[in-house]
Structure formats: structure tokens, C-alpha cells
Design a protein around this ligand. Structure first.
Ligand code: SF4
Length: 373
């Protein structure tokens, strides 16, 4: 269990202007419940106010947090600082969509304490953006990045996606190049997945959209990693790149290292002392549970020692930091398996850790199974 580092605080803002057809995050497109949700969030904060040590990261995600009005965002931050303690250098991230970045927005965000923006650009190609039914254009994304930088933000993350319908590898490299023109401190590059229950998932079942084949997915991944490393970025997690060590996402790193975190809001997940719990994924049910003096929890899971170990391997092999070899003490044949993985060029072993190579990232999800009891 890793309780030595400060915990992280996640806030789920469950409101979006429109639903993107590939997205399976919980959100609704009506804003009529924002005030109730904010009030319920305050009640939920009170429940957990003495259970966590001082946080050093806040991640306001969703949903589309930047659609909230200034006074709503300010009230949210006020609630957090009223009931929880934070270290002085707390990383405060907000997820933003380019079309919400008005001239004033970045300054307002800085005023309420936000010091990191994660901008959901996805692509710098207008045709691709239209196929994703995003509300912004490439020009709007560029303008948003200019405005964010001009307002004084020194920690900007850009989210991009590859494997989009009709996207070529050359087109993907163009998108990455345009992102790099703005020198973002952080880049997340995800392969689009066609999730069940989403419109794109259904179109994939009907054969109207073709998912990226395994070989193509592999090729996109290798191009991404190779190109961004050549540009000086550190490939520190399968889908994440930082311009310098200090720009790795502090908050997301907690998920990958089993550091405790608290998630407030509908559908948010939390983890503390080997127990994981997740909230009801409906704004109405979430608010009702808190109104009635209850907790809005939908489920709880206590990790057994074996589950905890396998999760640590699973999460660790997805990051360049890898796994602590002590985790493999007493695992049958672990030395032999490690040597074989090293010989195949999938991991490197030094300093008491086993770390995946770029090729290792491609098979990271299968590596823990080799050590399963
Ligand atoms: S991708 Fe973002 S903006 Fe689109 S529906 Fe999902 S959370 Fe909302």
C-alpha cells in the first residue's frame, strides 16, 4: 500500500454542452441541476473532511467543468478549501474545452487558483473534429491555446486522439506538430476506443465504423512515442508525455501508484487503505442520497493482497517508472520470467525496478499475468 505520498482530490463535474458520440464518461446536457449538485458536493465533502491527509492535487474533471459560471467554479473551490487541507504547492488542474476559452476565462481560472489546464483538443483537423461531433474547430483550439498561454499559465496539457475515422498516420503527425507549436508542458495521446453503449460503439457493431486493427494501432503508437521523444518529451505512461519531469501529471500519477485519492461527485471513484469505492452515476440519485443524509456510494471493493499486487503490477507496467522488484519476492519463476522479458527487449531492469521499454508498453497489460500466482 502506498500511503506515504499526499492524496489527490478529484471532482466530477457531470455537465456537458453536447454528448460526444465516442465518450462513455458520465455527464448530462441539462444544467438545471448545477446548484443542487454544488450543494450536494458540499455535503459529501463534509462526510470525508477528516478522513484524508492534506491533499497536494485537485483535478476538476468531467464532463466539461469550464461550462460552469465563474461564481459556480469559485463556490466549488471555496467548498474544497473550507473542508480539506492542502499543501501550499497544490497542483490544481481543470479540464477545458477550446470553445469555452473566452478571452477572459483563463484569467478567471487563474484568479480562483487553477494552475494547470488540460485542454481537450483531440485533433487539429476540422474534418476529424466534425466526425467526432466536437463543438470546436482547429482554429478555435489554436486561439484557446494562445489565450491560455497569454494569461500566464505555465502548465498546459493538450489531449489528442488517434485512430479517428478516416485519419491517416501523416494526418496524425500533422496534428501532433500543430500541438507542439504551442510548446505544451504535457500531452495525452489516446487511441480512440469504440465503447459499448456509446453511439460510436453501436456504429462499430453495425459495421458503419471500423475500429483500428491491432497492427495499425501498434503502428500509430510507435509513431507517437518515437516522434514525441524525438521532440524531447518524456514518454512516462502509455498515453502520456511530459516536457520535463516536473510536468508529469501529479494527480494522475497517484492513480498509477496506488496513492490514496478521494473522488467527489456522481460516478467519482475513491481509494483509501486498500478499499475502493465509487459513487452513483446519476446526478439525481447522487443528490437524493446526500439530501437524505446518506452516502452516495454505489459500490465498494476491498482489495485482497493478491488483487493489490496484481493491480500494482498492472499499473506499474503502464508507466516508465515500472515496478518495484520487491513486489515479485516469492513469486514462482519470477527471475526466469524477468530474464526472458529482458532478452525480448520488453523490459529493462535496474535500480531494483523493472521498467517497460517502448515495445513493452505495447504488451503492458499482459505482463502482470505472467507473474500471477
Ligand atoms: S468527451 Fe468531454 S465534452 Fe464530450 S461528452 Fe465526454 S466529457 Fe463531455
Amino acid at each position: 500500500m502506498n500511503n506515504t505520498e499526499s492524496p489527490g482530490l478529484y471532482i466530477h463535474v457531470p455537465f456537458c454542452g453536447t454528448k460526444c458520440p465516442y465518450c462513455n464518461f458520465y455527464s448530462i446536457t441539462s444544467f438545471s441541476l448545477v446548484a443542487d449538485w454544488l450543494d450536494s458536493l458540499r455535503k459529501e465533502a463534509i462526510i470525508y473532511k477528516d478522513r484524508f491527509a492534506a491533499f497536494d492535487s485537485i483535478y476538476i474533471g468531467g464532463g466539461t467543468p469550464t461550462l460552469l459560471a465563474e461564481h459556480e467554479l469559485a463556490a466549488l473551490i471555496d467548498t474544497l478549501f473550507r473542508y480539506f487541507t492542502f499543501s501550499p504547492d497544490t497542483e490544481i488542474t481543470i479540464e477545458a474545452n477550446p470553445d469555452d476559452i473566452t478571452l477572459e476565462k483563463p484569467t478567471l481560472l487563474r484568479k480562483i487558483g487553477v494552475n494547470r489546464i488540460s485542454l481537450g483538443v483531440q485533433s487539429f483537423n476540422d474534418k476529424e473534429l466534425q466526425s467526432l461531433r466536437r463543438r470546436h474547430s482547429a482554429a478555435q483550439a489554436e486561439r484557446a491555446l494562445e489565450r491560455i498561454r497569454a494569461s500566464g499559465f505555465t502548465n498546459i496539457g493538450v489531449d489528442l486522439m488517434y485512430g479517428l475515422p478516416g485519419q491517416t498516420q501523416a494526418g496524425w503527425v500533422q496534428t501532433m506538430k500543430r500541438a507542439l507549436d504551442f510548446k505544451p508542458e504535457h500531452l495525452s495521446c489516446y487511441q480512440m476506443t469504440l465503447e459499448n453503449g456509446t453511439p460510436f460503439g453501436k456504429m462499430s457493431t453495425d459495421g458503419r465504423i471500423k475500429p483500428l486493427g491491432e497492427e495499425e494501432g501498434r503502428s500509430f503508437f510507435l509513431i507517437t512515442s518515437g516522434f514525441l521523444e524525438e521532440q524531447g518529451y518524456i514518454h512516462y505512461e502509455i498515453s502520456n508525455f511530459a516536457r520535463e519531469q516536473k510536468y508529469k501529471s501529479r494527480h494522475n500519477s497517484k492513480y498509477w501508484q496506488h496513492v490514496p485519492y478521494l473522488g467527489l461527485g456522481p460516478a467519482a471513484h475513491s481509494f483509501l487503505e486498500g478499499v475502493r469505492w465509487w459513487n452513483l452515476d446519476s446526478v439525481e440519485s447522487y443528490c437524493r442520497a446526500l439530501d437524505q443524509g446518506g452516502v452516495p456510494v454505489a459500490g465498494t471493493e476491498t482489495l485482497s493482497q493478491e488483487q493489490h499486487l496484481l493491480e500494482s503490477l498492472y499499473l506499474g507496467f503502464r508507466t516508465s517508472h515500472g515496478i518495484d522488484l520487491k513486489l515479485l519476492n516469492n513469486r514462482p519463476r519470477s527471475d526466469t520470467i524477468l530474464s526472458e522479458l529482458q532478452e525480448s527487449g520488453l523490459i529493462q531492469v535496474h535500480g531494483g525496478r523493472a521498467m517497460p521499454t517502448r515495445d513493452g508498453f505495447l504488451v503492458a497489460d499482459g505482463l502482470p499475468l505472467l507473474f500471477a500466482g
